[in-house]
Ligand binder design. Structure first.
Ligand code: MN
Length: 740
């Protein structure tokens, strides 16, 4: 395979040599290293990516190998992360699946690779404006901290090789690196990674400023190095004389931070003195030696007291520990000096990864909390690392290590890539209300990742959600059970209350109209008494019952005329017997459940709100004018009466309905394709003795919604029709329509 590639790409390195150099890096940097594992992951990687080539023209596998090298050298955590880094693009870019990786390398590595893939899948190539939300999104996708570290290494290598990409992509990736990944590296304490990411991004985003700073640094380099030597030499001598073992360096800060200083201070590079910091790294485990060394330095140079910072006693939240001081150096120039032990230095450069290898006792700085949750998480990671690193089985610990922050939140996208944060368990309805109240009110469904889902679908992080609306749609009571967000709940409730007021108004109008016809008037107190007699809370509730047709205005007027309302306890309600007496016609389609009937027909009518058909469970409400009104037991309009076991409610069953046909409606949604309507009507009419009364179809975004009103004999027949319809290609939902 190597020959084939080197034929295509002459400058590529042979895989064998690559593997050997990677192993050498691992041996040098890692405390222990399973070389078999790394060889195996390497072979898998080369084989899986053998077909593809990078934008630079090199074989693709060079990328994961270099990412693995960064993980080994610059993060230096463990061999598992090196192996996972080798495999990090396999799921995304090759035909291998997470199951394949699990079979070959076990759950831990498969999990890490899966996390890295999810990030690429969901996060990248989307425009995300809020950096903090983005960072949380990243965290919510990751269950193993090593996935973040690999992602950072991946980004670093992509930034190092960014020149091969077209300019627009370069710009977007650099922006993202500066806004998201560099701060992330900082939070995790990966200082070197952060600096390099910043400088690489800076170079792409503002090439002229980058060149300016780089050139100026270059030009002043000889002078600066000479100066650093003049500062360092006496320190070296003095410290050595006091028996300290140490390394001392002086090097410039990264270009981006120098540029930031120039901007914020409005000064030219030559006027900025803290371009570099002198660093004393003590070869000791005793942090007291740092203070001792500090004392020795201040014997040589005068410190500026207000610039002294003790990050040993009070570490930074990302785990950084060091003494910082600024002294007056030769020629009166201020010089920053950092003093730390070797272990502290490792942590400063490698952050959480180093915590895994070095135990460090530390407290928490309360001042540093721009994102308390994230800080808390990092603190938690660190504590786990520390606790565990005192013991032997750190590996085992890492395997069970799972991220548990932000697991109660999900992150989903609009079709335009805008990010929405929702609580776990949120549904498309919550999402619709999160976008706009109107969209919520008219939401009939949603496409998630291009597929139609029901309204109560539980959204997952990374879902792309497109809301489908219909002007005929309106919130209903069951929506309150579907949503979890406060916003959606309150809007639905508000809408339902508004509807209730409308019904009350209708009911009131209806009653007043009848009263006017009969030339009657009714005092409000009288109405209240009637309401109470009928076990309604107040007259508004009575109006509502009138508005929904639960009781008839005649019934109220009758009560008024018989004055029975004055004696509420004895309010005579018509008994079942009275009603059977009244009724002398009609079929025997409805029978009272607990009363033996002698075949005497009842006077009844079907409620229009729920259109019961034989087979439905039914109950009746006794009215005066129109006998028993038959409702479905599930009808929202009878729920209150049912709950209160109201005396006007009678239990019913279906009797002999003969040849009667019943009106019902179906709501059908599906792909809006040619011939769909024909398929639907054909399916409906193929059932014996079915008639379609009306069809009402709307279409939007390639999806149609149709309300089909039909005559059927019973629920059994209706079920058969629904079954047939569901089998039609492109049909999404078929449900009994309850009316708007
Ligand atoms: Mn990659």
């Amino acid at each position: 395979m190597a020959e084939v590639h080197s034929a295509v790409v002459p400058n590529s390195v042979a895989p064998d040599a690559l593997l050997e150099s990677l192993l050498a890096d691992c041996r040098a940097a890692l405390p222990k290293c399973d070389e078999q594992l790394i060889r195996k992951a390497f072979d898998f990687c080369v084989d899986a990516h053998r077909e593809s080539v990078r934008a630079s023209g090199e074989p693709y596998y060079t990328h994961p190998v270099e990412v693995a090298r960064i993980v080994a050298r610059e993060i230096a955590l463990d061999d598992i992360s090196v192996a996972a880094a080798l495999l990090h693009d396999v799921i995304e870019d090759t035909e291998f699946t997470v199951q394949d990786i699990q079979a070959e390398f076990g759950t831990t590595i498969a999990d890490i690779v899966d996390s890295v893939t999810k990030i690429a899948d969901i996060v990248e190539n989307r425009t995300i404006t809020e950096a903090e939300t983005y960072r949380k999104l990243l965290l919510s996708l990751i269950r193993d901290v090593r996935a973040i570290l690999i992602k950072l290494a991946d980004r670093l290598h992509n930034m190092r090789t960014i020149d091969a990409l077209p300019p627009e992509r370069r710009h977007r990736i650099a922006r993202e690196t500066l806004d998201i990944y560099a701060p992330f590296a900082h939070r995790l304490g990966l200082a070197n990674l952060k600096w390099e990411l910043e400088d690489l991004a800076f170079k792409v985003l503002n090439p002229s400023a980058y060149l300016l700073v780089a050139k100026a640094l270059q030009e002043t380099r000889a002078e600066r190095e000479a100066y650093i030597q003049r500062v360092i030499a006496p320190i070296e001598q003095h410290l050595r004389a006091h028996g300290l073992r140490f390394e001392i360096t002086g090097r410039p800060k990264n270009l981006y931070s120098i540029y930031q200083k120039m901007l914020t201070r409005g000064k030219a590079l030559e006027e900025i003195y803290d371009l570099f910091a002198i660093r004393i790294i003590l070869e000791t485990d005793d942090s007291n030696e740092c203070y001792f060394a500090y004392g020795l330095v201040t014997q040589l140079y005068t410190p500026i007291p207000e610039r002294f910072k003790d990050f040993i006693a009070v570490p930074k939240k990302n785990g950084y520990r060091s003494l910082h001081t600024t002294v007056i150096g030769p020629e009166g120039r201020p010089v920053e000096i950092q003093i730390r032990t070797r272990a502290m230095h490792e942590i400063a450069e490698r952050g959480v990864a180093a915590h895994f290898r070095y135990k460090a006792e530390q407290g928490v700085s309360p001042a540093w909390n721009d994102d308390p949750e994230l800080e808390e998480w990092i603190q938690w990671v660190r504590e786990l690392f520390e606790k565990r690193s005192r013991e032997e089985a750190a590996q085992e610990f890492l395997e069970s290590f799972r991220l548990n922050l932000y697991q109660d939140e999900i992150y989903v996208f609009t079709p335009k890539g805008e990010l929405k944060r929702l609580p776990k368990g949120a549904t498309p309805l919550d999402f619709a209300f999160a976008i706009h109240t109107e969209i919520g009110h008219h939401c009939i469904g949603a496409k998630v990742n291009g597929r139609i889902v029901p309204l109560d679908y539980k959204l997952q992080t990374g879902d792309q959600v497109e809301i489908l609306t219909s002007k005929h749609q309106a919130p209903s009571r069951d929506w309150e059970q579907i949503v979890v967000t406060h916003k959606a709940k309150s809007y639905i409730r508000r809408y339902l209350n508004e509807q209730k007021r409308l019904k009350q108004h209708e009911g009131q109008q209806l009653l007043e109209k009848r009263l006017r016809k009969l030339n009657l008037t009714i005092a409000p107190e009288e109405l209240d008494r009637i309401a109470h007699a009928l076990k309604y809370e107040n007259r508004s509730a009575l109006f509502y019952a009138l508005g929904t047709g639960a009781i008839s205005p005649e019934f109220v007027i009758d009560l008024l005329q018989t004055k029975s309302a004055r004696a509420p306890e004895n309010a005579p309600l018509p008994s079942a017997e009275q009603i059977t007496e009244v009724a002398r016609r009609h079929s025997t389609g409805i029978e009272l459940l607990d009363t033996p009937t002698d075949g005497t027909p009842l006077l009844y009518s079907y409620a229009r709100c729920c259109n019961p058909i034989p087979g439905d469970e039914i109950v009746g409400i006794i009215t005066i004018g129109s006998g028993i009104r038959v409702h479905r037991r599930s009808c929202p309009n009878v729920q209150e009466l049912l709950a209160a076991n109201h005396p006007r409610l009678v239990q019913l069953r279906w009797g002999n309905v003969g040849e009667e046909q019943f009106l019902t409606a179906l709501r059908i949604t599906g792909d809006d394709r040619p011939g769909m309507l024909h398929n639907i009507t054909k399916a409906i009419l193929s059932c014996e003795r079915t008639n379609i009364r009306s069809v009402n179809i709307d279409s939007y975004g390639g999806i149609f919604e149709g309300i089909f009103t039909l005559y059927v004999r019973n629920t059994e027949q209706l079920e058969r029709i629904i079954e047939k319809l569901r089998r039609i290609r492109g049909i999404h939902t078929v449900t009994r329509f309850e009316g708007p």
